[in-house]
Write a protein that binds this ligand. Structure first.
Ligand code: UDP
Length: 327
């Protein structure tokens, strides 16, 4: 298939782009490189260095794309609380520009990078696709909104689409060409921040929220390896049918508290660092765990690297390589 990957220089998008190339697809990538890295791009992909707002210049009727995988978005919860407009602009208006281009070009397939963090519940039950949607921050609100926009678009006839609601992506992937891992500037995500503390790139680690209604008081998340997430995109692409919209939750179904992740990082790296307890981070839901039965049954998705220690070990190996830290 001829496929456009928006945000293909970013963390998850680049891993998907490499898997698509390896599977024999013809891949073009749109990315503004505001947060992604040119070094993440597969050599075989055509690269368009531009903004998602200008996607119609690439996704033209003549270009004849068979599908789009849409990752281009702002992804920081705390930033979205501070600056919601940025999220409306990039995530909602950017996706609207894409949907308009898809409509004009009559592109038949769309896979959207969505989030499991839009669900809300009692913290005891894992979230399936029917769980209540109550976004706790503007970032999650944009993903829920775009999901609804895509569902509406599919209702008009030809487009077949799937939203993949990721839980917490983590880990890294080494390809023949490059090494793909999580690195945002500034970094806000738990595992890379813990690895920075372990690797000496930061002096301390701040633990946000120790009074959540969980066993040890810290937030619980479901970490899923980025290579397993990526594999689900290729499966979903094959499963799409015209006029239908599907949602799939993607996680391992295991919850780890922030303290458990901290302990795993200490164990895997063999390094320790000072930890400071702080107030809750605004917009953080207490518990977020996936029920991915639908992806297992309908897509045949089976994570190959579900163990948290393995996920952290892969992320650590990547972190050491990027920062030149000896083993
Ligand atoms: N977290 C933390 N300290 C940090 C960064 C994150 O305690 O320096 C916590 C954060 O408050 C949340 C969890 O780690 O409870 C996961 O946050 P992350 O941003 O990695 O992912 P999210 O679940 O928000 O998408």
């Amino acid at each position: 298939m001829k496929l456009l990957v928006t945000g293909g220089a970013g963390y998850i998008g680049s891993v998907v782009a490499h898997q698509l190339v390896a599977a024999g697809h013809e891949v073009e990538i749109l990315d503004d490189l505001s947060t992604g890295f040119a070094t993440n791009l597969p050599a075989a992909a055509v690269f368009h260095h531009t903004s998602i707002h200008r996607v119609a210049e690439i996704l033209t009727p003549d270009a004849d794309f068979d599908g789009v995988l849409h990752f281009a978005a702002k992804v920081e919860v705390a930033e979205s609380v501070r600056d919601p407009e940025k999220y409306w602009h990039h995530n909602i208006e950017g996706s609207l520009a894409l949907l308009r281009a898809i409509r004009t070009a009559r592109t038949p397939r769309l896979i959207f990078s969505s989030t499991g963090s839009m669900y809300s519940g009692d913290g005891r039950t894992a979230f399936d696709e029917a769980a209540e949607i109550r976004p706790a921050n503007p970032y999650a609100a944009t993903k829920a909104t775009v999901d609804m926009m895509i569902a509406g678009e599919c209702g008009t006839g030809t487009l077949g689409a799937a939203s993949l609601r990721y839980f917490n992506a983590a880990g890294a992937v080494r390809t023949a060409e490059t090494y793909l891992g999580e690195r945002h500037e500034p970094e806000t995500h738990l595992i890379p921040i813990l690895l920075q503390a372990a690797g000496g790139q930061r002096d301390t680690f701040t633990l946000f929220g120790t009074d959540h209604p969980t066993t040890d008081g810290t937030c619980v998340r479901d970490y899923v390896h980025v290579s397993d997430l990526a594999a689900a995109h290729l499966l979903a692409l094959e499963a799409l049918s015209p006029g239908r919209y599907e949602v799939f939750n993607l996680g391992n179904g295991d919850g780890y508290s922030n303290r458990q992740v901290l302990d795993t990082v200490r164990e895997v790296t063999g390094r320790d660092f000072p930890v400071y307890d702080a107030d809750r981070r605004p917009g953080d839901p207490a518990v977020c765990i996936a029920n991915s039965d639908k992806a297992a049954v309908e897509l045949g998705w089976k994570p190959q690297r579900p163990n948290l220690s393995d996920i952290v070990a892969d992320a650590w190996e990547f972190h050491r390589t990027v920062h030149g830290i000896a083993g």
